[in-house]
Design a protein around this ligand. Sequence first.
Ligand code: ADP
Ligand code: ADP
Length: 239
Amino acid sequence: NGAVSIKNVSKIYPNGTIGLNQVDLDIKAGEFVVIVGLSGAGKSTLLRAINRLHDVTSGTIVIDGQDITQAKGRQLRNIRRNIAMIFQNFNLVKRATVGRNVLNGRVGYYATWQSILGLFSAADKQQAIVALEHVNMLEKYYIRADELSGGQQQRVAIARAMVQSPHVVLADEPIAALDPKNTQMVMDDLKRLNEELGLTVIVNLHSVPLALQYASRIVGLRAGQLVYDKPIDEVNQND
Ligand code: ADP
Ligand code: ADP
């Protein structure tokens, strides 16, 4: 579980802009893939297609054996449940506590009226505690999200992703708004999700040095096309 198979995917926006042009990418469970490319290369377009935040124009994206581009209703919800997303701007509920923000990761998990109203079980709370320990933020459980630094907020977002118990974690420029120290902490947290929990991690980054430091595989996009794809041990300094 956690394999993502992208076949011949193109995305043309309604205004005619080509976001992706016939992208093929087969990601195995447990890989740490970093997608690099200049601004406008199609990195966000690709990540947003993988969990179907938007539809593609053609092609298929198979996750855990199911094509998310064709899924509907309950089947789509079940596939999405296994995909967690981390955003550049953290996307926390600013006025809610850290603990509540992490528990929000459980809402999609069963989507009952109890969870929507914020009534979480003791088991859920225990999961939130474990996840906050993972990112070293447990001491902030009762602090409001908007009182945290950007780096701390992103680590809470990672804890929220964790309690969703996903197979795949997508992160769209997760460190774009962070200083170098927080950048390392956030990338280390993502790496541990990959290594300790075995999750497939796919991260969009501008920075090639960071990609070299963390990735097990580096993929390059340019003008919507996949122009580079190598496992880390085959990456050449002159590439
Ligand atoms: P990023 O640097 O992460 O690629 P952008 O600044 O390009 O972000 O895009 C920010 C938002 O604007 C996104 O929601 C994106 O979908 C939208 N957007 C980007 N380019 C265009 C465009 N040419 N026309 C309409 N919307 C766009
Ligand atoms: P990246 O994430 O690599 O910066 P994007 O995926 O955001 O690249 O953008 C790829 C291309 O699609 C760019 O030309 C961008 O302007 C365009 N684009 C992104 N979002 C939209 C949108 N909502 N409408 C139209 N064009 C868009």
